[in-house]
Structure formats: C-alpha cells, structure tokens
Design a protein around this ligand. Structure first.
Ligand code: NZQ
Ligand code: ZN
Length: 385
C-alpha cells in the first residue's frame, strides 16, 4: 500500500427529514447565502424546507447556477457575498451547485484574480467561507470532498481545483429529495460514480486490499441498484444505496493509499467544454477506450475486476480483459448513456481540437504512470468515435 494522509471533516446528515436539522448547523448570527440552480429545488419543495429550517436566520438567495457552473455566473454571486456581508453559504442542488459554491467560497476571500484558483488547481487558496450543502443529485461526491470543477465560457475551459479549505462543513443527504430527478440525471449519476470508483481502482496492484474490496463493493452496488432506480424511481431503499455509494465513491476513502488514473475525467472535461455533453456522457464514451488502449498496463487489476465485479472466469487473459471492458460499456448502455462520440454527433474532426485543448491545459502526462501523452490521448479519442 502507498503512504497517505487522510482526513475528511464533512458532517453527513443522512435520511428523511434531515433538512430540518440545518438550523443547528449554521451559527445563529450568520448571514447566509443560499445558492441553487435552474429551479428544480423550488419546484420540488426542497428550497421551502430549507427556508423553513432557517426561518430564524438572515438569508439571501442566489439562483441560476447552471450545469457545469460558469465562472461568469459565479462571479455575480461573489459580488453578492461582498455587497451583503455574507459569512455562510448553503448550496442546494447537484454537483454543479455545490462545486459552484466551493468556488464562490474561495473566490470571495481570494487575494488576486479568482480565475487563478482554477489555473493553479487550488494551490493558491489559503482560506474560504464556510458552507454546507443539501444534495439533490447523487453523482459527483462533491458533497463530501474538496474538489470543484468550473467552466469559463469565454475561454471554453473547464478546469478543476482542489483545496482542503472547501470541504463542506455539513451535507444533508435525504434520498427522497432525489425522487424528482429525470431519468437522464439518474443515469448520469450512476455512471459518474462508477467511473470515479474505477479511476481509483483500476490501475496497478499495491496490495491495497481494503481499498480494492471497498471499491468492488461499491461497483457491485451500482450494478445492482442503478437499473432499479430507472425502473422504480420512488424506491427509498434503492435511492438510499445509490446516494451513499456516490458519496463514498469520491470522498477520499477508497483512493487513499492507491494509485489513481484521472485520464477519463480530464479528457471528458475537454469534451464538455467544447461540445457541451453532460459530464457523465463524456465518461461513458472515454472510459471503455482508456481501458482498451491502456489494457496492458492495467492487466492485473483488469483481470481482478473481470473476476470479482463481473464474475468472468472463462477464457484466456485477453478474452477476460476484453469481456470486462465490454461488460462496462454494456452497463453504461443499459443505464441509457451512449458510449460513442458519434452517438452525440461528434466526428473525427473533433480530435485535433480536443488534443489542442488538452495540451493548452497541461494535460500531457495523464494516467497512473503519467504516460498518457497527447499521442495516447489521440488513440483514446480515435477509439471513442
Ligand atoms: O439546475 P436545476 O434546476 O437544479 O436542475 C439540475 C440540473 O439541470 C437537475 N437536478 C438536480 N437535482 C434535481 C434535478 N432535477 C430534478 N430533481 C432533482 N432532485 O439536474 C441537472 C444536472 O445537475 P448538475 O448539478 O449539473 O449535475 P451533477 O451533479 O452531475 O454535477 C455535474 C458537475 O459536477 C462536476 C462535473 O464536471 C459537472 O460540472 N464534477 C464534480 C466533481 C467533484 N466536485 O468532485 C467530480 C466529478 O467528477 C465532476 O467532474
Ligand atoms: Zn465525475
């Protein structure tokens, strides 16, 4: 096992009716800015529950944080924080709202041009406003991690930052709040969480037995429960399991002490920035190609994945590895997420543009061995067509 430091300070409030407890989690004298997206939380009553819980607090609202939140929109919220002397933020929504709120929290007290937070991937962040979240879309793990991804529309750049200052103080996970998700977002969430787990698991062995078995357990749960969420959307047990899997998939636990490979995400971000695909759609396209192109480097873990996650025991090594990759693609398709660039109307002419963007953002040595150079990314993209 590799060495690691691990700390996760986020307090999780899990279950029905837990929004009512928010009032005890935010200091009474705080001036709170509630942030949300395009209105789903207004329609489904989540925002009303939050407001009821905070009836004795001073609250302000900032709406309109879009999927793949933009710097342009978030800077308006930063202005609102300054004008109203806000000292606590509360994100109500999916990963985009939570990520956006992390950026607002850091940017509001940042010395310098806030876009540098992204350019430096968080290295310059020294403090942030405290914030909590009410999660309505299990997918990104943002509710219990210190990462965020922000898009600058004018530059067509989608960049990530990490900082220990942007862990949420608390996050409410009420599975009932996910009942109103449209099927496309249920599917996106399952695929995103699946890929997060794979990127921390499917590298090379370091004898991280606990991490491996946790990861395999989470993957098996997604395979079992994901399709059920599409079939019976109001099933509390199914939603609870999916919600907790998505959080554990990216809260630092399974990735501590093992190598990681975020190539799929980094290539995927460029596709979203350029062509606007949903985050999970890009992952469903790129992951099977990464596994195929990097098969030899991932051989041992790929064989373990084949056997323990998909029960594949027949055939020679090559056949078992290929069967595991096929099963992965089939699972994404079963979840109604298409797995080829051409399914989204994107052709060969996209490849030079995407490679140019990867290089512009310094994504020239990806993967657990840092050997996914632009030439290898090119192969991955060609295989994804
Ligand atoms: O904007 P509203 O009206 O709220 O609608 C949203 C949005 O249109 C809707 N939605 C959310 N909860 C709902 C709901 N609709 C009905 N009922 C509900 N309960 O769903 C749509 C998508 O929401 P969004 O927040 O964009 O989705 P997701 O949670 O998948 O977040 C994606 C973003 O997270 C980033 C992605 O890059 C992308 O920008 N990621 C963040 C990570 C992190 N912080 O660690 C890691 C991930 O890999 C990912 O990169
Ligand atoms: Zn993701």
């Amino acid at each position: 096992m590799l060495d690691f430091n691990f700390a996760n300070p986020t307090h999780i409030l899990f279950g029905k009716g837990k929004i009512a407890e928010i009032k005890n989690k935010i200091p009474a004298k705080s001036r709170v800015l509630i942030t949300y997206g395009g209105g789903s939380v207004k329609k489904n009553g989540t925002l009303d529950e939050v407001l009821a819980s905070l009836s004795d607090h001073t609250v302000f609202e900032f709406s309109g944080i879009e999927p793949n939140p933009t710097y342009e929109t978030l800077m308006k919220a930063v202005e609102m924080v300054h004008t109203n002397s806000i000292d606590f933020l509360l994100a109500v929504g999916g990963g985009s709202v939570i990520d956006g709120t992390k950026f607002i929290a850091a940017a509001a007290v940042f010395d310098g041009e806030p876009w540098d937070i992204l350019v430096q991937h968080g290295a310059g962040v020294r403090k942030a406003l405290p914030f909590g979240s009410v999660l309505t879309l299990p997918a990104t793990g943002s509710e219990m991690n210190s990462g965020a991804v922000v898009t600058r529309k004018s530059l067509q750049a989608k960049l990530a930052f990490l900082s220990p200052f942007v862990f949420p103080v608390f996050s409410v996970l009420d599975p009932e709040k996910t009942y109103t998700l449209p099927p496309r977002q249920i599917s996106n969430g399952v695929v995103d969480a699946f890929v997060h787990i794979v990127e921390q698991y499917l590298t090379y062995p370091v004898n991280g037995k606990v991490q491996d078995r946790f990861a395999e357990g989470l993957l098996l749960t997604l395979i079992e429960e994901g399709p059920k969420a599409l079939e019976t959307p109001q099933d509390y047990e199914v939603r609870s399991n999916l919600m907790w899997v998505a959080t554990l998939a990216l809260n630092g636990l399974i990735g501590a002490g093992v190598p990681q490979d975020w190539a799929t995400h980094m290539i995927g971000h460029e596709i979203t920035a350029r062509y606007g695909l949903d985050h999970a759609q890009t992952l469903a396209v790129i992951l099977p190609s990464v596994l195929t192109v990097c098969k030899e480097h991932k051989r041992e873990k790929l064989l373990q994945y084949a056997e323990r996650v998909w029960g594949i025991k027949e055939g020679d090594r090559e056949q078992r590895m290929n069967a595991a990759i096929d099963k992965t693609r089939d699972f994404f398709e079963q979840m109604q997420v298409k797995t080829r660039l051409s399914d989204y109307g994107i052709g060969k002419d996209s490849i030079p543009l995407l490679l140019e963007q990867l290089q512009a953002h310094g994504m020239i040595a990806l993967g657990e061995h840092q050997d996914i150079t632009p030439d290898v990314s090119k192969k991955i993209l060609e295989y994804s067509l």
